[in-house]
Design a protein around this ligand. Structure first.
Ligand code: ZN
Length: 272
């Protein structure tokens, strides 16, 4: 599932610059083969675009930071804090944003769509649910969405896609279709998956030390049900432990690096 990406502005700029330099200089040809001398070209750079997906009812922006490599072959979506009371996820989001800035080589052939806070009203009030009291992760228009819930913490909303946060993420995925998705939660301490996400989940598990396993209870209307099961996008749910210790932070960043540099074609080729 490769996306046709346009040549970046910087690439065209370098091409135009080199062409103009060649035109102005009398460049001596080598007598042996008559080829043009090699041109010292700066490595193409990636860029970062920040877009506001929507404003929440609480007046807070939901932002996506698009880290667009110079030669993107794949697009990945990595989002955090769809539940506002999962503190380790919010802490890891802060560290991951810095890590992306400092490691542009890791996404040179990727576009990474990074949403640090999917439920900012819930994060501000430290609640699982959003400002309307709805569990956004039970509100997706999945085939298994249902009105019944185990309790108020899992309130699925009056109907599927009733929430602004839900619609913002659905529209983002339709506009910028990802080849794989990782959503970060806590505190179940495992790497879960939906749809064709098992290989990525196991690779992340090897890097971050958390077991790859299914959580094992039904999650009607969850993001994984909608994106992974219904839409067939490889979807990994990273469940952190209930605390993110400093030494654990590096392991979790290593797991996310696997998600950034993932190559589904290489993975497919490695399998019999
Ligand atoms: Zn959660």
């Amino acid at each position: 599932m490769m996306h046709g990406m346009r040549a970046g502005f910087s690439g065209w700029f370098i091409f135009a610059l080199c062409a103009s330099l060649l035109g102005c200089r009398s460049t001596p040809k080598t007598p042996s083969d008559g080829a043009e001398p090699p041109i010292a070209e700066a490595p193409p750079k990636g860029r970062k675009l920040t877009e506001v997906l929507t404003m929440t009812p609480g007046g807070r922006p939901i932002e996506v930071h698009r880290f667009i490599g110079a030669n993107p072959r794949y697009r990945a979506l990595i989002f955090f804090s769809i539940h506002g009371d999962e503190r380790p996820a919010a802490e890891l989001a802060d560290a991951f944003g810095i890590w992306l800035e400092e490691h542009p080589e890791s996404w040179a052939e990727r576009e990474i769509c990074f949403i640090p806070v999917m439920n900012p009203d819930g994060l501000a009030s430290r609640t699982r649910v959003n400002g309307a009291g709805v569990d956004v992760n039970r509100n997706f228009p999945a085939e298994n969405w249902q009105t019944q819930a185990r309790g108020a913490r899992y309130n699925p909303g009056p109907f599927a896609s009733s929430e602004i946060e839900t619609n913002a993420l659905v529209r983002c995925i339709e506009r910028l279709p990802p080849d794989w998705i990782v959503s970060i939660h806590a505190p179940l301490a495992c790497v879960d998956w939906d749809g064709p996400g098992e290989a990525l989940a196991r690779a992340m598990s090897r890097a971050n030390g958390l077991p790859a396993r299914k959580v094992g209870y039904p999650t009607p209307g969850s993001f994984g049900s909608w994106a992974g099961v219904d839409r067939g996008i490889a979807t990994v749910t990273l469940e952190l432990d209930d605390r993110l210790e400093p030494e654990d932070l590096q392991r979790q960043l290593a797991g996310l690096e696997v998600a950034v540099t993932w190559d589904p074609q290489r993975e497919a080729g490695a399998r019999p």
